[in-house]
Design a protein. Sequence first.
Length: 165
Amino acid sequence: MAGEKKSTTVEEKIERIEEAAAGTMEEVKETISRAEESMDKAKEVLGEGAGKARTRTAESYDRAKAHLADARSALEAARERMGQLYGRSREAVEELYDKAKAQWERLWAEVKKGYAKVKAKLQEIDVREMRDDVVDFVRRNPGKSILIALAVGFAVGYMVRRREV
């Protein structure tokens, strides 16, 4: 048994996915923030470049282009991290689904087995023999039979009577 791997519980897997999601979301927020900063810098540089001489405009354009490339790479990194999180989450959900399906199949097999046992027991019962036994008991014990019938009638009447709520 030392070589067997302990299976993790559903709660542990969900916690791991939540932790991974939280970490990934923080990274995505940071990369989006970096992208926004780069885009703001690009706007700033373009704004500066518009008011200055034509030579400065070319430099500003190149700097803005570099900042936009940084923003693109940051957004690409965020997309990749989100894809990884999606993949891990999907794997965990598929694994949990397979476990739930296997458990449901085991339970269904047990229900079918229990139904077969009850059906076999019911087929073993001889109704005519039971009726003959009841009639014989009533003939031998008429007083007890009347008391039992009275108690059963009282119980059934109590259960089916209307109750005011």
